[in-house]
Structures are given as C-alpha cells and as structure tokens.
Design a protein around this ligand. Structure first.
Ligand code: URA
Length: 431
C-alpha cells in the first residue's frame, strides 16, 4: 500500500477501505508515515468527510493503536466525560473530583489545547510537578487507590490520537466531524470507561457552529460508543460565549478551585452540576439528573470534592501548596483591566477569537510541541444580555509582553458586540 495513493483517493472524495485506514493509523503511530503526508490526508478528510463505516474504522484503529485498558480488576464501574472543545471550558477540573467524591470512580484521559479551545492537560500542568503521562499500570493503581485519574494519552494509550491531535492543532484540521469523533471516542474506548458523558459544544467558540452539526457529532459519538458496548449520553451545550469568567491555563485552575470551594461564576457552577448529575445518573448512582445534581452539590458543600481534587493533584506529583494557596500559581507581569467607554448590553461574543487571543498571548500553541505560558489569559465577567455601564470593567488581560497585551485588547474589543436595547441571555444547554 502507498500512502500517496490513500491521500489521492480521499482527495478525490472516495471512501477509504478498512485496511487503508489501518495502514495509515499504524504507519503514522509507528513513525513510518511522515507528518507532511499525514497532514495532507487530514486536510483531505476535512474537505471530503468520511461515512459512518470509515469513521468507525478510524476510531477503532486509533483506539487499538496502543493498549486497551480493562479496568474490571480495579473498579467495578468507571465513568468518564469529554468535551468537544470550548473556550474557558474547565469543567473536568471540577466535575471529575466531584463525581469521584460521590463514590463513582472517574478515569479520564484528557487532551491539550486544540486550535482556539483550551485543554485540561495544559491547565493541570500549570500546577508544578503535575504529571499527565501516567503509564497504564499507574493509571490502574491510582484509580484503585483514590478513585480518580486525570491524565493524557501516553505511549501506550491511544498513541495515534496523541500524535494526530498535536498535528491537527497546527495544520488547520480540527473542525472535522470524523476527526473529532475518532479523536474523542478512540481515547474513551481505550481508557476502558463503562459510561461516558459527552459535553458537545455548539456556537462561535466551538468546532460545531450550528445545532444541526452539534447533533450530528453527538449522534456519531453515541453510535460508536453503543457499538462497542459503552453507555454514552451527550449534552449539547452553549459555546457562544466563554464558560465562566477565566480563559487561560492557571487562571482557569484558580476558577476551578473557587468553584470546588462552593464559589465560582454562576454559569460555570451550574454547568458542572448538570454534567456531574448526568454522569451519576448514567452510571446508576442517581435516578435522574436532578438527584445527581443534588449529590454533586452536597459533595462540593461538604468539602469532599475539594479533598478529592487535592488527592488527585498529590497522587499525580503536583505540589498541593499551589492549589491550597492558588496565588502561588503562575502570575502574569501585566494585568490590565479594560473599561467600557459607553453603556449598552452585551449582545454577541466572537468566542473563537477570544480563544485565539489567549493563544496569541502565549497560552496555546501555534506550532507543534511549542511551550505555552501558563500565566497568561483573560478574565471576562460579563455575559451576553448583561447591561454594561460606562467605566465598568469589560475584561482584564493577563500578559507577559506589553506588545501582545495591546494586541489582545484590540482583538477582544473587536470580538464583542453591544446593543443599545436589552438582549436575551443565552441558555446553558440546548438538548
Ligand atoms: N477533543 C478531543 O479530544 N479531540 C477533538 O478532536 C476535539 C476535542
């Protein structure tokens, strides 16, 4: 088989066979297929798409590119969650310890920043020492001991996704339904969770811009999960504005810590409760989501969720002094509030631009493997529908370079639209 012929076939809109997909996934994972050929195929897939059979073949080939975890010997039932990617989406940092504190083991393989969307691993790495590359043996031992793991793909867990994900991030090949389905579901299938809750984001800060696209993505993932015997549920949630207030790695960890202490922004707290409630319900720990939400609320109020978070950080090598005293986390040198010059209502947020502004500040990657600056980002307390008075702070830029800070201010101002008449707030969930 020749890789160039596989690229040409997809370029011309033809379906790839199961063998061709396996040839690509194995060859790329093992380093026999170079980045330039893999990038060309990814771009052809983005333009030409894949049918259900190809998407399923790609997902399973990626899942089988490393070890397939069976967690039966360490936990009777394990739940996982995954977001399709958004801006200010720090939900896993709160939901995973909250659900684990309710007695349901959470074994989660997360991702890094992708395009304009942030990644849980990059956020966690702003805590000095935190390891995101656990081996399979470590994953299982930790799940058994403390009932929670938050790690990344390693050399032996879905390595194909680890490599393809990093390549997609810097080649403009993220917003493709088959590539997102296969990326998410390969990790979930390999990591062995019995139940998976998918947080499918829709809107200007998501890869799926319309409800129709988000539904197709959700259905694609649920179908594959069902086919391999996992319980899967999807929530379609709003991403037409950042979730919570903080966008940027250390800033988001701080906001997650506030939320685990019972505070945090209202939209973010409620979003976390719904996803936690769904995880508890899908796993049979609650009869309905409202009851699951209640359990999650209690786990936060009693301090059990916070204790679980500390245990997680310590177990993965993180220095807990940084979460006990979050002011120790990386801080930017230039912290600049930007005020409204006139009154009005926030009407629209070009949310992917907000995410790219944080990438531009150094909080994400423009090239593969680039180091990121954990301290930089934005804090934006206003929400669509909020009235704004002249002189009120619209957002605060956290930067380590004055030139980049000035660019960021202009970019964010251009991404916000105000109206003179009242505007309806956005819902948190659609479906
Ligand atoms: N999250 C993933 O893990 N992969 C994607 O492609 C998008 C979001």
């Amino acid at each position: 088989m020749r890789m160039v012929e596989i690229i040409e076939k997809k370029r011309d809109g033809k379906p790839l066979s199961t063998e061709e997909i396996q040839f690509f996934v194995n060859g790329y994972t093992e380093g026999r297929i170079p980045d330039y050929q893999a990038s060309a195929l990814l771009m052809a897939i983005l333009w030409q798409g894949m049918d259900d059979r190809e998407t399923s073949d790609l997902t399973l080939a990626m899942a089988h590119s490393g070890e397939m975890l069976s967690l039966r010997d360490v936990a009777p039932f394990v739940v996982d969650k995954h977001s399709t990617g958004g801006v200010g989406d720090k939900v896993s940092l709160v939901v995973a310890p909250t659900v684990a504190a309710c007695g349901l083991p959470v074994g989660k393989m997360s991702g890094r920043g992708l395009g304009f969307s942030g990644g849980t691993l990059d956020k966690l790495e702003s805590i000095p020492g935190y390891r995101t590359n656990l081996t399979v043996a470590e994953f299982k031992a930790q799940l058994q001991q403390i009932g929670i793991v938050l790690t990344g793909q390693s050399a032996n867990l879905a390595p194909a996704d680890g490599k393809l994900y990093a390549l997609r991030d810097v080649t403009g090949t993220v917003p493709s339904l088959p590539l997102i389905v296969s990326s998410i579901m390969s990790k979930k299938i390999a990591a062995g969770a019995d139940a998976i809750v998918l947080d499918v984001k829709m809107g200007s800060g998501a890869f799926m811009k319309t409800l129709e696209e988000a539904r197709a993505l959700a259905e694609g993932m649920v179908r594959i999960g069902d086919a391999v015997g996992r319980k899967v549920a999807a929530q379609i949630s709003d991403m037409n504005q950042p979730l919570g207030h903080a966008i940027g790695n250390a800033l988001e960890v701080k906001e997650a810590i506030e939320t685990l202490h019972g505070g945090g922004p209202d939209d973010f707290r409620e979003h976390c409760l719904v996803i936690a409630g769904e995880m508890l319900t899908l796993s049979g720990h609650a009869e309905r989501v409202s009851e699951g939400k209640k359990q999650a609320r209690q786990a936060i109020a009693s301090g059990a969720a916070w204790e679980k978070f500390r245990q997680l950080i310590a177990a993965q090598g993180g220095d807990v002094r940084y979460v006990d005293e979050p002011e120790r986390l990386p801080q930017a040198r230039f912290i600049t509030p930007v005020e409204a010059t006139q009154g009005g209502y926030l009407a629209r947020v070009q949310t992917d631009e907000i995410g790219m502004t944080v990438v531009g500040l150094g909080g994400g990657r423009l090239q593969k493997g680039q180091a990121i600056d954990p301290a930089v980002g934005l804090v934006m307390p206003i929400k669509v529908g909020d009235p704004v008075q002249p002189g009120e702070v619209l957002f605060t830029v956290h930067a380590n370079d004055e030139g980049l800070r000035d660019e960021a201010i202009q970019r964010v101002l251009a991404a916000l639209t105000f109206s003179e008449s009242p505007v309806k707030p956005l819902p948190l969930f659609y479906d």
